[in-house]
Write a protein that binds this ligand. Sequence first.
Ligand code: ZN
Length: 339
Amino acid sequence: MQIVDAHSDYALKTFYDYLHGRENSLIEQHLPELKRGGVNIEVLTVGGDFDLYPGVKNRDPLIVFQIIDTLLQEIARSQGECILVRSKSDFELNTQLDTIGFMFAIEGAGMISNDFSILRNYYRLGLRCVMLTHNENNLLADGCGVKNPQGLTEYGYKFINEVEELGMVLDVSHSSEPSFWDIINNHTNPIIASHSNVRNLCDNVRNLTDEQIKVIAEKKGAIGINFYGGFIDKDMKNVNLERLIDHIDYIRDLVGIRYVGIGPDFLNYVEKDFSKEISKSTLSIGIDPEKVGNIEELREVSSLPILITKLKARGYSRDEIRKIMGKNFIRVYKAVFKE
Ligand SMILES: [Zn+2]
């Protein structure tokens, strides 16, 4: 079974470590955790429109180049334990070599704005998944935390054409509803929501309405279930593994098993001190990080086998579990990649 974790931010922590003299945290800390979790493909955020770590200015285009460079250096030093995934054949290579494949993503493209040469250069370095915004707005579009969102700007439309032209995957996880529909109506390729849940089960702007879920399925995309408590249930008392699987059930029942995957957004490596950095942004989407927790038994990537056991107990077949755990996302990546 190939497991795909469609969204994780710890490359920003890796870069923070690098700045503080620890050069191998990807290999030393994260690789063993990924192995224990059985992960094959890990999608890493290498920049975006939000602050996660003090001193890591990942909204700056040059810093994103440095973050990518740090990761590529670590991958090169891993002696074949990990590879960079940037073409269709890399998914097979990844299985044959039994390595961990990293794929690069950005969570908000404010650092690119209307300079598409930056986007093309990131592509050359391995960037394959792109979100237009985080919760706020930028020159391209507005995110889900914006009041009175207007959708894509003139540059936003050009940007998504360039993304399609290059063969990168568009991710709508933080989009406002008008931005979402502008993307849907002007993009041919399948799209993903890498880390969003069902709004009917947890009413938050980061979660997807039934209409959004249906159109992502119509376009043959995929939705990655987010394990963060604030997107699982409004009431923290109900945040548990069963409730998380309710979101998977819901998508399966609404559109079928082919459109659901996992994008856990594990935050266990984010020390308490640093979480304050993003409080302003999460408060804009109605979430107070001080009051929201995660599912106790599923707090880190190494605990993913617990989800598989629970899915079996809930009656999912082996084939369905394979689709949820990775096959669906791999299908979308391969459909979008040009080479
Ligand atoms: Zn996010």
